[in-house]
Unconditional design. Structure first.
Length: 188
């Protein structure tokens, strides 16, 4: 099966985030889900983003890279919202990525010093009216990167696959899980 490095969203390692990682594990995948916040969790996206800003986004990416350095290079990088940033950075800058799963957000490829690696698959998921996800950026990545997949779900909830979030959407999460598991099977 596939080895995955999964980064949490701005709320930190919530129960819903950990349960999501466990679903990938139950499907037979190895999932590393490091805590980039040293145990801190937050009740709202605004609070979590404020904490991330106090740490610094470069530091969040650096912490993700430090974890990756202890793992094999043939890995899938995945991230929820804020966690998409270190996942995307590692996919673009660390040779050997099997693919990337970017959930609820991404940044332009020009944000990092290396371009998107050729033939490296990417799958992105967000709700179509989610203001935090910056859907236009996701759409641009889908056009820019050959073979990139973008799945937009009806609604505006940001953390819709986190069962501990008020944004949780069971139906959208089930479809997201199905699609990500298919992706993981293809890249393994």
């Amino acid at each position: 099966m596939t080895e995955i490095l999964l980064f949490h969203h701005a709320l930190g390692q919530t129960q819903g985030f950990l349960e999501f990682a466990d679903q990938w594990r139950a499907a037979g995948h190895t999932v590393h889900a490091p805590d980039l916040y040293d145990g801190a969790t937050f009740g709202t996206v605004d609070e979590g983003v404020a904490h991330a800003e106090s740490i610094g986004f470069d530091e969040i990416v650096r912490r993700g890279a430090a974890v990756a350095a202890t793992l094999p290079s043939r890995i899938v990088y995945a991230g929820f919202s804020l966690g998409a940033m270190p996942a995307q950075s590692l996919t673009q800058t660390r040779p050997g990525a099997l693919g990337a799963l970017l959930l609820y957000g991404a940044v332009p490829t020009a944000s990092f010093p290396s371009p998107w690696p050729p033939a490296t698959p990417m799958q992105m998921h967000a709700m179509a009216s989610d203001e935090w996800a910056e859907v236009p950026v996701l759409e641009e990545l889908a056009r820019e990167i050959s073979g990139a997949e973008l799945f937009l779900y009806p609604g505006s909830g940001h953390l819709f696959a986190d069962a501990s979030s008020d944004d949780y959407d069971e139906q959208a999460t089930a479809l997201l899980m199905k699609r990500t598991l298919e992706f993981l099977e293809r890249v393994s």
